[in-house]
Design a protein around this ligand. Structure first.
Ligand code: ATP
Length: 202
């Protein structure tokens, strides 16, 4: 899937609506210290469903909302929209109706996050799965943040394996397996209950 556009509004230092075109090939972000380069990468991770405040360098998820400056008041919400070129209809079923897939995440103070795929309300899990299956997820090794290379070199084999699995696009399978196991457990509990009822009736 080719990302084509990133729109930010009230996200961290991007208080005013900001739109960036993402062209084919490798993208580098350059600029002076503190201009918001890492914030851009975080916006990409965030719209793909990142839910760990630590990955956003914050203490809580609402820390991604513009916190105010000497000349500007804080904002009440933050929104990031990612446009994905879907001309070749490579998006998974359920997301594949339009030439452009537009994923929106919005967080409002005291009201949490909401996601949309084009105009449809969707769950966080749907978005996380969409990107995990496309191996571009919020933990994707395609997004290299500061210090990550050193972390990779120093990481334990298990952590390194996770990175390789994300790159191979199979990390979504773990979540699906976990959900299938929960369903199986529920079915087993129901069967035990049915056995008990049959025993009582016998
Ligand atoms: P460096 O080159 O030093 O790594 P950078 O270009 O990656 O810097 P970022 O770390 O992306 O810069 O941006 C840091 C700026 O973002 C700081 O000025 C910080 O005050 C601002 N910032 C971060 N979170 C918020 C927020 N919630 N509200 C307002 N500003 C924020």
């Amino acid at each position: 899937m080719q990302f084509s556009r990133l729109k930010l509004n009230g996200f961290k230092s991007f208080v005013d609506p900001t739109e960036l075109l993402i062209q084919e090939g490798l993208t580098g972000v350059v600029g002076p210290n503190g201009c918001g380069k890492s914030n851009l990468l975080e916006a990409l991770r965030w719209v793909m469903g990142e839910n760990r405040p630590s990955a956003m360098r914050g203490g809580g998820m609402e820390d991604v909302i513009f916190a105010g400056a000497s000349t500007r008041p804080a904002r009440n919400f933050a929104e990031v929209v990612l446009h994905i070129d879907n001309g070749e209809r490579l998006a998974p079923a359920g997301f594949n109706d339009e030439d452009t897939l537009e994923v929106t995440r919005r967080i409002t103070r005291d009201a949490g996050s909401a996601y949309k795929a084009n105009t449809k309300d969707v769950r966080a899990r749907d978005i996380q799965m969409l990107f995990a299956d496309a191996s571009t997820g919020s933990h994707s090794p395609a997004l290299v943040r500061q210090g990550q290379i050193a972390q990779l070199i120093n990481s334990k084999p298990k952590a390194r394996r996770r990175i390789l699995e994300e790159a191979a696009g199979i990390s979504g399978l773990y979540q699906r397996r976990h959900e299938a196991e929960l369903k199986l457990k529920g079915a087993e509990t129901n069967l035990t209950r049915v056995d008990d009822v049959i025993d009582q009736l016998a």
